[in-house]
Design a protein around this ligand. Structure first.
Ligand SMILES: Cc1ncc(C[n+]2csc(CCOP(=O)(O)OP(=O)(O)O)c2C)c(N)n1
Ligand SMILES: [Mg+2]
Length: 503
C-alpha cells in the first residue's frame, strides 16, 4: 500500500471541468507505484497511470489500465528528484492555481514524442528568427596585438608563432606577385587571400598532417604550411608540364595527394558532402584523424552545405567545418545572402557544436581549431567554426570590387584590422621578432616568389596528348575520336590555337 502522506496532492482541472488529483511525490513512491501499476489491487487512495516520468493518480477508478488509456493524453503530473523540489514547485503551482485556475495542468504536460520529450505550454511563443545580441566572437588579441587576457597565448609556442607569421607573410607575398603576373598577362587567372592569411596559416598549424583538407579556393596557405613549394604553386598556375594538373585545371585549383589536400573544384560547396563522406570513412577505419572542410559565407546558400551539415550531425562524422565569413560572395553582401546571425547558428540548428571566432586573430584561430580537432576526433562528432573576417582583395582577377564597396572600407580592413600586422605587433612586443628579421624575411620571400614565377614561365607546356590521358588506363574510343577531331581542327585553324602547346 502506498503511504499517501509521502505525497502531496493538488487540484488539476480537465478541459471538461471535472477535477483530477495530481500527485507530486519522491522517486521512492514513483518506484513503488510503477511496480504495482499492472495489478488491479491498487492503493486505497487512488488508481494511477504512468507515462515516461509522468504520473497521475485519480480517485475512484478501479482499473489501472483503463485509467492509463483514458487519461494518457492529458496527463499533467511530473516526477521530481526530491521531495524538496517537488514541494517548492507545488507551492508555486498552488499560488498559480489561484490565479490561473484550470490552465495549470496544460503548462506542466510533457509528451514523449519520437525524438525526445516535449513540454507543452499554453503560451503561444514564436521562436524569434534572431536575437538582439549576436553570438559572441572569441578572440585572444585586440586590434593592436595586445593579448586580452594574459594566459591566452600559452598554446602557441614562440617557434610555432614565428612559423605561422612567416607563412602568413609568404602567402601575402606570393599573392602580390602572382596577382601582378596576371595583370601583366602572364597568367590567365588568379585569386588572392589578402586579409585571410590568419585563417589559412593558424588553422593549418592547429591540424595534423594526417587530417584531410577539402578547401574552397581561398586557402592555399594550408597547403603552403604542409610543404607545397612556391615552385609547385607557380607551376600549377602557369599550367606547365611540371604542374600537378598538367594545365587541365584552372589556375589556383591546387591539390596534393601526399599532403592530404584534395584538389579544388570550381562548383561551390561540392567539397562539403564529400568531406562528410571522408570523415565517416575515417570513423569506420577508427583513424586518429579528422577531415577539415573550408568554405565561404556565400557557399552556405548552396543545398550541399545543408545536406553536409545534417549528414555530419546524424552520422557523428569527425569533420571540422571552417567557414570563412568574409562578408562578400563576389558582389553579394552577407546581408543579402542570409537573414540569420551568420553561420554559427546554422551549425546549432543542425545539432552541431559551433563557435564564432575572430578570423583575423591568429592566436584565437589556433586555439579554436586545435580544440575543435580534438573534439572531432576524441568525441567522434562534427564541429563548426565561423571565422569572422573580410575579403580585402577583389573576388578574383575577373572582378573590380570598388564597383560595389567603398575604398575606405577596404583600406580599413587592409590596415587597422590586418591579421599580419596584429600578429607582428604581438610577437615584436614579446621580443620574438624584430625589424631586421622582418626585412630579411620579406626580401627572401620576394626573391623566392619572383624566381618561382620565372622558372614556371620558362617550363614547357604539357603535350596536347595529355589533355586525354590520366583518366582511363587505355584511351576509350570516344576520347580517341575527340583527339583526332581536335588535331584536324588545329590543322585547319592554326592561328586560333596557342603556339606554345607541343602537338
Ligand atoms: C555552384 C556555384 N555557383 C556559383 C558559382 C560562382 N561563384 C564562384 S565564387 C562565388 C562566391 C563565393 O563566395 P564565398 O563562398 O563567400 O567565398 P569567397 O569568395 O568570399 O571566399 C560564386 C558565386 C560557382 N563557382 N559555383
Ligand atoms: Mg565570402
Amino acid at each position: 500500500m502506498i503511504n499517501i502522506s509521502l505525497c502531496r496532492l493538488t487540484r488539476t482541472r480537465r478541459g471538461g471541468g471535472n477535477f483530477m488529483k495530481k500527485i507530486i511525490c519522491s522517486n521512492q513512491v514513483i518506484n513503488w507505484l510503477c511496480s504495482h501499476q499492472t495489478t488491479s489491487q491498487t492503493t486505497s487512495a487512488s488508481l494511477f497511470s504512468i507515462l515516461g516520468d509522468s504520473m497521475i493518480i485519480r480517485k475512484g477508478i478501479r482499473d489501472s489500465s483503463s485509467c492509463r488509456l483514458a487519461y494518457a493524453g492529458f496527463m499533467g503530473a511530473r516526477c521530481y528528484n526530491s521531495m524538496q523540489t517537488g514541494e517548492q514547485i507545488l507551492s508555486e503551482e498552488e499560488e498559480e492555481d489561484d490565479n490561473n485556475g484550470d490552465s495549470d495542468f496544460e503548462k506542466t504536460k510533457v509528451m514523449d514524442y519520437p525524438g525526445g520529450k516535449t513540454t507543452y505550454t499554453i503560451e503561444m511563443n514564436f521562436i524569434p528568427g534572431s536575437f538582439e545580441e549576436r553570438v559572441k566572437c572569441y578572440r585572444v588579441l585586440d586590434e593592436d596585438g595586445y593579448p586580452i587576457s594574459s594566459n591566452m597565448l600559452e598554446h602557441m609556442s614562440e617557434e610555432l608563432a614565428l612559423k605561422v607569421y612567416s607563412g602568413m607573410v609568404t602567402l601575402n607575398t606570393m599573392d602580390k606577385f602572382f596577382y601582378e603576373a596576371q595583370r601583366q598577362g602572364r597568367l590567365s587567372f588568379y585569386l588572392t587571400s589578402f586579409g585571410e592569411e590568419a585563417i589559412n596559416l593558424a588553422s593549418a598549424a592547429a591540424l595534423s598532417f594526417d587530417d584531410i583538407v577539402l578547401a574552397q579556393y581561398r586557402e592555399p596557405g594550408v597547403l603552403l604550411w604542409r610543404g607545397f613549394t612556391l615552385q609547385e604553386f607557380a607551376n600549377q598556375c602557369f599550367g606547365n608540364n611540371m604542374g600537378h594538373g598538367k594545365g587541365r585545371q584552372m589556375p589556383i585549383h591546387y591539390g596534393s595527394k601526399n599532403l592530404n589536400y584534395i584538389t579544388i573544384s570550381s562548383p561551390l560547396a561540392t567539397q562539403l558532402p564529400q568531406a562528410v563522406g571522408m570523415a565517416y570513412s575515417l570513423k569506420m577505419d577508427k583513424k586518429d584523424s579528422c577531415v577539415v572542410a573550408f568554405f565561404g559565407d556565400g557557399t552556405t546558400s548552396e543545398g550541399d552545405f545543408h545536406a553536409a551539415l545534417n549528414f555530419a550531425a546524424v552520422m557523428d562524422a569527425p569533420v571540422v567545418f571552417i567557414c570563412r565569413n568574409n562578408g562578400w560572395a563576389i558582389s553579394t553582401q552577407v546581408t543579402e545572402q542570409f537573414r540569420s546571425d551568420g553561420i554559427v547558428v546554422k551549425g546549432q540548428a543542425y545539432g552541431i557544436t559551433s563557435i564564432r571566432v575572430d578570423g583575423n586573430d591568429a592566436f584565437a584561430l589556433y586555439n579554436v581549431v586545435r580544440r575543435a580537432r580534438e573534439a572531432a576526433i576524441n568525441e567522434q562528432r562534427p564541429i563548426l567554426i565561423e571565422a569572422m573576417t573580410y575579403r580585402v582583395s577583389h573576388h578574383s582577377t575577373s572582378d573590380d570590387s570598388t564597383k560595389y564597396r567603398s575604398k575606405d572600407e577596404i583600406e580599413h580592413w587592409n590596415t587597422v584590422q590586418s591579421p599580419i600586422t596584429r600578429l607582428r605587433k604581438c610577437i615584436e612586443r614579446k621580443g620574438w621578432w624584430s625589424d631586421k628579421e622582418e626585412f630579411t624575411l620579406r626580401l627572401k620571400t620576394k626573391k623566392q616568389v619572383r624566381n618561382a614565377i620565372d622558372e614556371a614561365e620558362k617550363e614547357e607546356k604539357p603535350l596536347l596528348r595529355d589533355l586525354f590521358t590520366d583518366v582511363y588506363n587505355e584511351l576509350p574510343s570516344n576520347l580517341m575520336e575527340q583527339e583526332t577531331l581536335l588535331r584536324e581542327t588545329i590543322q585547319r585553324h592554326p592561328k586560333d590555337f596557342p603556339r606554345d602547346i607541343p602537338l
